[in-house]
Write a protein that binds this ligand. Structure first.
Ligand SMILES: Nc1ncnc2c1ncn2[C@@H]1O[C@H](COP(=O)(O)OP(=O)(O)OP(=O)(O)O)[C@@H](O)[C@H]1O
Ligand SMILES: [Mg+2]
Length: 140
């Protein structure tokens, strides 16, 4: 596990940029962390780095939003927020399987711990609040 400290939102943007260089085609990013930890801020930073022009807002009420990017291999950013899911749901139950199988997509899931059958080959990021502006990113 890799631990990275973010001292402010700018650091969080840097961490997102760095993750983008490491993510493999078809790999998804699972975000875990309390309310206000910085999951959505992280997804917005990913979107910015990928050249997404639309405004990224948390898809809390719609579960999932898909954005076109300007990146050469990651064509779409799929932002999923599982906060409102009742319990342990299956990827297929929420219609995510097809998005994950398409290697042109980067799927990023907030509250990923609410999904029971995530693939093994994923980047898992736990964000912990350690102060007003500081956060600890645990990546594995
Ligand atoms: N270093 C930092 N990195 C990320 N966010 C930070 C940092 N410092 C302060 N913040 C603030 O923390 C908040 C993070 O909110 P955000 O909506 O991203 O949380 P979240 O994890 O998505 O919460 P939720 O579970 O409600 O969706 C924002 O208000 C942001 O400005
Ligand atoms: Mg959020």
């Amino acid at each position: 596990m890799e631990k990275i400290e973010s001292k402010n939102i700018n650091d969080t943007k840097g961490i997102a940029q760095d993750i983008l260089t490491k993510v493999k085609p078809g790999q998804l990013i699972a975000l875990v962390g309390n309310l206000g930890a910085g999951k959505t801020v992280f997804v917005k930073a990913l979107a910015e780095s990928l050249g997404v022009e639309d405004n990224v807002t948390s898809p809390t009420f719609v579960l999932m939003k898909v954005y076109n990017t300007k990146h050469e291999s990651i064509k779409k950013l799929v932002h999923v927020d599982c906060y409102r899911l009742e319990g342990k749901e299956d990827l297929a139950d929420i219609g995510l399987s097809e998005y994950i199988e398409d290697e042109n997509n980067l799927v990023v899931i907030e509250w990923a711990d609410k999904i029971k059958n995530l693939p093994d080959n994923i980047i898992r990021i736990n964000i912990k609040s350690t102060g007003e502006e500081s956060r600890l990113f645990e990546i594995d």
